[in-house]
Design a protein around this ligand. Structure first.
Ligand code: CA
Length: 223
C-alpha cells in the first residue's frame, strides 16, 4: 500500500517515512502543499497523511482541492493544533481522521489500519492466488499454510504482483511501485529482489507462481 506524507518538517516526515516503510508501506514525501496536491491528484495512494500548517498552500486548502478533484483517498490530518473547531473543520472538509502532535506512531498506525479496513472502494484486505494468501493490513503472506518471512520490500513486491496477477509487469513499473518515486531505473535491483522473493515464496513449493517474461518483466500467475 502506498502512502503520501505531506509534511514540511523534515524530521517528522523522515520519521513517518521510516516507520511506515518498516511497517511494509511505501511512503512518498511532499514537503509543501502544492507538491503534495500535485502528487495526491496525479498518483494513486491508499492514504494521505496531511499536515495543516504548510508553506504555500496549507492543509485545509490541499484537502479542499483533493476533494474538488473527486479524489476519495482517505486523509488523516496531522497537526499541532488541537482546538475543537479545527478538528471539526478538518472533518467537514473531508478528512477521515485527525491526529494531534505529538502522537505515537502506533496510534497513527492503528488509525490508518482502521480507515484502510472500513473504506469504500478500497482494495480488499486479502489477496490470494492458488495457495498464496496475502493480508495487506497485517502485512502477512502465507503460502501453503506457511507464513513467509519477507522483508518489507519483498512483501510490497509480492503484494503488487498478486494484486496484478496475470499481468506482465515491466522492471521499470515494478521499480517505480515498490521503490521510491524517483527511483533511478537500475532495474538490476528488481531482478535481485525477484530472485530473493522466489527463493522464499516459490522455490520451496512445487507449483511456481512467479514467471519471467523474457525482455519484458515478470508475471505472477498459475500455470
Ligand atoms: Ca507544519
Amino acid at each position: 500500500m502506498r502512502i503520501l506524507i505531506i509534511e514540511d518538517e523534515q524530521k517528522t516526515a523522515a520519521y513517518l517515512q521510516k516507520g511506515l516503510t518498516e511497517s511494509g508501506f511505501i511512503a512518498d514525501i511532499a514537503h509543501e502543499g502544492g507538491e503534495g496536491l500535485f502528487l495526491a491528484t496525479t498518483r494513486e495512494y491508499d492514504l494521505v497523511i496531511l499536515d495543516v500548517m504548510l508553506p504555500g498552500q496549507d492543509g485545509w486548502s490541499v484537502i479542499t482541492r483533493i476533494r474538488q478533484n473527486k479524489i476519495q483517498t482517505p486523509v488523516i490530518f496531522l497537526t499541532a493544533r488541537d482546538a475543537v473547531h479545527d478538528r471539526v473543520k478538518g472533518l467537514e472538509l473531508g478528512a477521515d481522521d485527525y491526529l494531534v502532535k505529538p502522537f505515537s506512531f502506533s496510534e497513527l498506525l492503528a488509525r490508518m489500519r482502521a480507515i484502510l479496513r472500513r473504506g469504500p472502494n478500497r482494495q480488499p484486505e486479502m489477496l490470494g492466488i492458488a495457495d498464496l494468501e496475502i493480508n495487506l493490513l497485517k502485512h502477512k503472506a502465507i503460502r501453503g499454510g506457511q507464513l513467509l518471512d519477507l522483508t518489507p520490500k519483498e512483501f510490497a513486491l509480492l503484494s503488487l504482483m498478486t494484486q496484478r496477477a496475470g499481468e506482465v509487469l515491466s522492471r521499470t513499473l515494478i521499480a517505480e511501485q515498490v521503490w521510491d518515486m524517483n527511483f533511478d531505473s537500475d532495474t538490476n535491483v528488481v531482478d535481485v529482489a525477484i530472485r530473493r522473493l522466489r527463493r522464499k515464496a516459490d522455490d520451496p513449493f512445487e507449483r511456481k507462481l512467479i514467471h519471467t517474461v523474457r525482455g519484458v518483466g515478470y508475471v505472477l500467475e498459475e500455470r
